[in-house]
Design a protein around this ligand. Structure first.
Ligand SMILES: [Zn+2]
Length: 179
């Protein structure tokens, strides 16, 4: 789950910032992956502050096969939010492209109402995705600045589908690798 503690992330609505919207999605995705036999390490399970490189260090210490950070996107103030919506998946190294594509496909299939979005964002210059210890990617699930996208992020049904899509995309990627 992105952000946490003193780092609210994007504004969200009704006083629920990004950090609070993404946490239940991450917790549920972890539960779904564990049910399929994955070992999941969560970088936070509550509203706590993490340092910029803590997530990568935790992943390295755990010898993780994959690092996934879950976020919700927002446009900067002053930009017209109309029509900017849908999922995006950021990564730096080509090794992350396959699993990024699997997660994006699952998000688009389970949450078509979000809009197709800008999709895969390779070459991202992000603290989370730059280290190459393991494939790492950052999922921008949807836009807080789009009313429809925000509704999906704020509803129990939408959150369940985000979690199903992220867990399902990861599982589909590894199942395909194993064949
Ligand atoms: Zn974020």
């Amino acid at each position: 789950p992105g952000h946490g503690g003193t780092q609210n992330g994007g504004a969200g609505s009704f006083g629920v910032p990004e950090k609070g919207l993404v946490l239940p999605i991450a917790l549920r995705a972890a539960e779904l992956l564990r049910a399929q036999g994955a070992t999941v390490v969560l970088t936070r399970t509550a509203d706590v502050t993490l340092g910029l490189y803590d997530r990568g260090q935790q992943a390295e210490a755990a010898r993780a096969d994959l690092l996934v950070s879950i976020h919700a996107n927002a446009l900067p103030d002053g930009r017209d939010p109309r029509g900017i919506r849908g999922p995006e998946v950021y990564f730096t190294h080509p090794q992350a492209q396959g699993v990024a594509g699997a997660i994006l496909a699952a998000l688009r299939a389970r949450l078509p109402e979000l809009g197709a979005g800008r999709g895969l964002m390779p070459g991202a210059d992000l603290a989370l995705t730059r280290p190459s210890t393991q494939p790492s990617l950052l999922v921008e699930t949807a836009y807080l600045t789009d009313p429809g996208n925000l509704r999906a992020l704020s509803s129990p049904d939408g959150r369940e589908r985000f979690a199903q899509a992220i867990a399902g995309g990861i599982a589909a990627y590894y199942a395909a690798q194993a064949r």
